[in-house]
Each structure stands twice: as C-alpha cells, then as structure tokens.
Design a binder for this molecule. Sequence first.
Ligand code: PAF
Length: 285
Amino acid sequence: MPQLVTTIAGIREKIAAARAAGKNVGLVPTMGALHEGHISLVREARKECGCVVVSIFVNPAQFGAGEDFDKYPRPLEKDVQLCDEAGADLIFAPSAGEMYPEGFATFVEPDKPLAAKLCGAGRPGHFRGVDTVVLKLLNICTPDAAYFGQKDYQQSVVIRRMVADLNLGTQVVVCATVREKDGLAMSSRNAYLNPQERTQAVCLYEALLDAKTAIETEKITDAALVKKRMADIIDKVPAARIDYIEIVDPESLAPLEELSGKVVAVLAVFLGPARLIDNMILNAP
Ligand code: PAF
C-alpha cells in the first residue's frame, strides 16, 4: 500500500528519504476521483521513476463561484486502492488549510493570451488557481518529472509555460488521453452524467473524429468550415450546449483561420450538469 501523507513536512521527509536512497521522483498531480486516465499517468511515472508520488487535492483556488467544488467527488479510500494497484509509493493528500493557511496571499498569474481564452474565458481565474497549486506541489515535492493528461490540453500548455518561464527544473510529461470504449474521454466529471447523457456525451469524440477526417483525409484548410461541421454534430444532441469549438496553434493556443501543419481541435460542451472538454492533435496539409 502507498503511504498516505497529509502534511507538507511529512511528504518532504518521505521524498528526502527516497532521494537519499538514490531514487528519482515522479509526481502525478490529481484532484482524486481517479480513473484509468490518472492511472495511466501513474503507470508512466512508475516506468521512469524510483519514487512515485500521487497528489490528491481538490484545489479550491481553481474553482469559480457556483462551480462544482462542493460536489466534486472525493472517494479517498477507493483512490488509495487504485494508487496501490498502479504502483504508487506515496499519496500526498493535504487539507485546504495545509495548502492555503490563514494569510495566504500569493498567486501565479498566467498571461492572458494563454489563460483567458478557451476554458479560461468561461472560467476566469481557473488557470491562476491551477498554476498556483501546481507550483506549490512542484516546490513541495521537487519532482524530476510531473505527469499530466492531454485531455486538459490548455492546462498542459499553461503548466509547461509556467515551468519554462519560472525556470523550474521539473520535466513536464503529457500523456495521451485515455478513452472509454465509445471514445468519450475519461474524466472524473463523467460521473455527473445520467445514463442518457452518458450515451450522448460521445458527440464530443465524434466531432473530433469528423475534424480529423475533414483536415487529414479531405485536406480542408478552412478552419471555419471544420468548426461548422463539428458544431453540427454537437447540435444534433438537443441537451448539449457548445461552450467553445476552436482549432488552435499547439503552443500559443491562438485560434487559426487557415490550417497548416500541426493543429489542435479543442472543444467544451455543457451536457446536463457537466461541462465536458476534449481535444485532438491533427496534422493539416
Ligand atoms: O488536472 C487536474 O486534476 C488539476 O487541474 C491539477 C493539475 C491536479 C491541479 O489541481
């Protein structure tokens, strides 16, 4: 069983002991409610690191007012079990008070061009909360490598940028999205969907597959045309409401009009009580 540690001093001590034993350290930052996507990150870390730490912390700083902070699932016992099966050594599960004690007053603010569009447009302050907690976790655990899922594409770009801009020594590893059998990207928030919504949620993946066909097979380079086709697929599901559909530059996240080279199709869709996101990296002509 991995050791469950709840204090910053405690996790620092365990990691120092692992380092003293000559082990390199891999961190998988999560908010818990672990699924196969998280587990694939733990497995990847396990392959590359002598000491694998999974952090489980539902970070209040990245939720806006009226978002799902309170109802976010927190099945800690099951998460510990899954971490054990995936081969984690340590679980760091601090309280909010441990991470944000009385008087906490310093945040990391990613610049607007990266953080104020796409998910950041509908969730102002979200990436400020993500960068802040990730920087804290990197400072606490000092990992050689930290593992994130491609499903949160914008998050991975924002974090990579922060790690480069602030000269953090950690290698950021972004792992492929893990999907359900029908193609729905695994997400802790899929648990909010009722059976009918769960079936309909495949529309995000279908829209991305259509973008792949349009761009890679039909060689369409007009982004507006591809986005219209994607929107038509989502709109066939009456309960679905598009938050955004974009085709962006993989590094700057700038929305593209004329497509060439590597591009990323990204979308966010409200479905019932959930807001689902997904993306696909595509090769335009
Ligand atoms: O992707 C997540 O689960 C969270 O945004 C992260 C990176 C653990 C920060 O709270």
